[in-house]
Ligand binder design. Structure first.
Ligand SMILES: [Ca+2]
Ligand SMILES: [Ca+2]
Length: 225
């Protein structure tokens, strides 16, 4: 009974963890969390054609501007400072304490030296991350990881082991929108997604993307403390 209770508690981890001067969402933002604030999934009924529809899965198909709108809406709902001034080109309110995307530097600090730097064997990646593990084709351009993680696309959040800070899926599952001042805040992601394998996970995980959503891009919120 105790084991069952513990398992149930672990299945729904506390929403956030404090790392240094940041509060960080433990998991990627789920579809349930998105709907609680925004009412419906991005793309509405069309969402099912692009991404898995399931409350425990990370929300995907979220454009960069929609991610900012979600962060602002959640701040408003909880009476917090709104972090983005939206418009033709959104700006970040300096020192804002409401919900926002992590900056590129903040994400990199959370990720530390990287998933593979902490593993003795690359095959251990499948304990920690939902990456491209399809097949064993080493010539595949994305280079699948040398293990099988059990998910061809996105997995429910927290399906894999957390890192030392208690954060889930920083590597793998959906890539996560970040705010990058160098490109004036726009259109960058961090972390490899389920669509990417060894090549991305082992090296720099930063990617500039288009502004639109993709079935392998989601988000994770942070707050300055
Ligand atoms: Ca996978
Ligand atoms: Ca992720």
């Amino acid at each position: 009974m105790f084991v069952l209770a513990l398992a149930a508690a672990l299945a729904i981890p506390p929403e956030g963890v404090v790392v240094g001067d940041l509060w960080v969402q433990r998991t990627e933002t789920t579809q349930a969390e998105w709907k609680a604030v925004m009412g419906e999934l991005p793309y509405g009924p069309l969402y099912r054609f692009y991404a898995e529809v399931d409350d425990a899965h990370p929300v995907a198909m979220v454009s960069f501007d929609e991610a900012l709108a979600y962060a602002n809406a959640r701040s408003e709902r909880e009476g917090l400072e709104v972090c983005y001034r939206t418009g033709a080109r959104a700006t970040l309110v300096a020192g804002c304490t409401g919900y926002r995307l992590p900056t590129r530097d903040e994400w990199e600090a959370l990720a530390g030296p990287g998933l593979f730097a902490t593993l003795d064997d690359p095959a251990e990646a499948c304990t920690f991350a939902n990456l491209d593990s399809r097949g064993d084709d080493a010539s595949h351009w994305r280079r699948a990881v040398p293990c099988e993680d059990g998910f061809e696309r996105a997995a429910p959040v927290a399906s894999f082991a957390p890192d030392a800070n208690g954060l889930y899926d920083l590597y793998g599952n959906v890539a996560e929108w970040v705010w990058d001042d160098e490109v004036r805040g726009h259109y960058a992601t961090q972390g490899p997604s389920w669509y990417q394998g060894l090549r991305f996970a082992a090296g720099d995980t930063y990617l500039r993307r288009g502004p639109d959503g993709s079935r392998d891009i989601g988000l994770r919120l942070v707050r300055s403390r």
